[in-house]
Design a protein around this ligand. Structure first.
Ligand SMILES: O=C(O)[C@H](O)[C@@H](O)[C@H](O)[C@H](O)COP(=O)(O)O
Length: 267
C-alpha cells in the first residue's frame, strides 16, 4: 500500500499502489464489514453504485471471499440507478448482475432490491422509498438513531471527474433534498438523463460509506473533495459526503490521489 490509514475530517484515506492492490483491499474491507454486520444484526444491507466500482469489487467473487462471505445474509440495494430497462446496457442492476450477482456467489434473489424499471423516474423513486421503508420496519435495514433515515451497513460510491457521487451532480437542486430518502432527476449531465438516487441525508446516515476512485482524470476532484482548499471545494458533491456517526473510507489508486496535499508531502 502506498499510503494508508490517514484520518482527517474527510475520513480515512487508503491509497493503493495499483489496481490489483486496490481490488484486494476493497474486497477485504467489504468482507470484514459483512462479517461484523452479520454477527451484530444477522444481515448485511449494502448499497451499490454503477460505473467502474463493480469491476473493482470483482475479487469478492473469487477465493477465498466466494466461500467465506455469508452471501445468504446480504440485502442488496442501489445508491443510484439509471431509469432504463433492467436488460439495458446502461442499467446499474445489469452491471452488478453480470459482474457480481450472477457469479458463483449464493446471493438470495429475493434479497436483491432493484428499482421498478417500468414506471417513470418519479414513481420509481417513490416505490424504492416504499421498499426500503418496509425493510426498515422489519429491521433488515437498520434505522438511524438521530434521524428517521435508514442506516445502511455500507454504501459503496464511485465518483465522477466532476465530483458527483451516486446521481448527486454539482450545482443540482438534488443536493438540497432533505426530506426524501430516494429522489429522481431527469436531467443528468452524465447520460442517461433519468435516474433515481439516494439523497445526502440517507448517504450520511450509513454506518459505513466507501468512495472508490481510480485514474488521473479524477485527481482534481479528489483534491477538491478531500483537501482543505476553501470555497472552491463547496460545489463538489463528494465533499458533502460526511457520515454523521458512520465511517467514511476513500479507496484511491496513486493517479487519483496524485493531487492530494498529503501525498505531495509524503513523496
Ligand atoms: O450510475 C452512475 O453513473 C454511477 O453510480 C455514478 O455515480 C458513478 O459511480 C460515477 O459516475 C463514477 O463512475 P466511473 O467510476 O465509471 O467513473
Amino acid at each position: 500500500m502506498a499510503f494508508s490509514g490517514v484520518k482527517n475530517d474527510r475520513g480515512e484515506l487508503r491509497i493503493l499502489e495499483n489496481l490489483d492492490e486496490l481490488r484486494t483491499d476493497l474486497a477485504d474491507y467489504i468482507a470484514e464489514l459483512s462479517e461484523a454486520a452479520v454477527k451484530e444484526r444477522g444481515v448485511f444491507a449494502v448499497a451499490l453504485s454503477g460505473g467502474s466500482l463493480i469491476g473493482l469489487m470483482g475479487k469478492l467473487c473469487e477465493a477465498p471471499y466466494n466461500k467465506t462471505v455469508d452471501w445468504g445474509k446480504w440485502y442488496i440495494f442501489w445508491a443510484d440507478e439509471r431509469v432504463v430497462a433492467k436488460s439495458h446496457s446502461d442499467s446499474n442492476y445489469k452491471l452488478a448482475k453480470d459482474g457480481l450477482l450472477s457469479k458463483q456467489v449464493p446471493i438470495v434473489p429475493s434479497h436483491v432490491h432493484s428499482i421498478n424499471d417500468s414506471v417513470s423516474a418519479e414513481e420509481a423513486a417513490d416505490e424504492y422509498t416504499f421498499v426500503i421503508r418496509q425493510l426498515v420496519k422489519s429491521r433488515m435495514v437498520s434505522v438511524s438513531d438521530i434521524s428517521d433515515c435508514p442506516k445502511f451497513d455500507l454504501i459503496l460510491l464511485g465518483m465522477g471527474p466532476d465530483g458527483h457521487v451516486a446521481s448527486l451532480f454539482p450545482n443540482h437542486a438534488v443536493l438540497d433534498e432533505k426530506d426524501e430518502w430516494v429522489t429522481f432527476i431527469t436531467d443528468s449531465p452524465k447520460p442517461p438523463p433519468e435516474r433515481i438516487t439516494f439523497t445526502l441525508p440517507v448517504i450520511n446516515s450509513a454506518s459505513n460509506v466507501a468512495i472508490v476512485v481510480t485514474g488521473e482524470t479524477k485527481a482534481e476532484a479528489v483534491h477538491l473533495a478531500i483537501d482543505n482548499i476553501g470555497p472552491d471545494s463547496q460545489s463538489v458533491p463528494a465533499r458533502l459526503v460526511q457520515p454523521t456517526k458512520g465511517k467514511l473510507v476513500w479507496f484511491l489508486d496513486k493517479p487519483a490521489a496524485s493531487k492530494l496535499d498529503s501525498l505531495q508531502f509524503s513523496e
